[in-house]
Design a protein. Sequence first.
Length: 78
Amino acid sequence: MISNEQYLAALGSRLKKLREDAGYKSAESFAVDHKISRTQYLGYEKGKDMRITSLRKIATIHKLTPEDLLKGLESRPS
């Protein structure tokens, strides 16, 4: 089992990849376009813990369920 820090780092990496795949070069422009606090969103990409409501919002933006967003993070090295 990986640590919470490793899990959040892996989630942050996944969020960054999803953002880049959606055509956003910066976390700031993604956050502004989707009405998310810029500092909060950048923190998420850097591995900061987030509320379930934030996780659901970000998953929905990427047309994913929260379960799909989190799938495989336990076994993925950061």
